[in-house]
Design a protein around this ligand. Structure first.
Ligand SMILES: [Zn+2]
Length: 149
């Protein structure tokens, strides 16, 4: 029996056993899903910590210098740009999870309000899920001022 519980950096995620069985996910896919969940946790931790965001901004800058990536991030970029980058990464992880679980890639299923630093109305958005007309809070550190939706 596959272990459907992921514990990582003090967090615990319980994967839906029925979904795993229904979709007939093999060991390889299962491992991939676990890695994606871990990546989502890493991103969430970065997004919810100002100092970590600062550190990762430097990492992104250095990556731009030493890798072949087409973009070169300026060290002077503001916090919003770092947040935007990680929200984008987080979205890619969510698409990865949908793909790995055999679902259609659809942004309306991404529960962005579950990010730790997000202060958008959780109950309203849970009620609306899945939807396209989610409620954003202007003073949300991540989504206020339309950083990345
Ligand atoms: Zn938010």
């Amino acid at each position: 029996m596959k272990n459907n519980i992921i514990t990582y950096k003090g967090r615990k995620i319980v994967l839906n056993k029925r979904l795993i069985d229904d979709k007939g996910l093999d060991e390889e896919m299962f491992d991939k899903i676990k890695e994606l969940h871990k990546k989502a946790i890493d991103i969430d931790i970065i997004l919810s910590n100002k100092f970590l965001r600062f550190l990762y901004r430097i990492v992104l800058f250095l990556k731009g210098i030493f890798s072949e990536t087409p973009y070169l991030m300026d060290i002077s970029i503001n916090d919003k740009e770092t947040i935007k980058h990680y929200l984008y990464e987080w979205m890619i992880v969510q698409y990865g999870l949908q793909h790995s679980c055999g679902f259609m890639l659809d942004k309306k299923y991404h529960k962005f309000w579950n990010l730790t630093a997000c202060t958008c109305p959780k109950m309203d958005n849970d009620d609306r899920w899945p939807n396209v007309n989610y409620v954003y809070s202007d003073d949300c550190h991540l989504h206020g001022g339309i950083v990345y939706k």
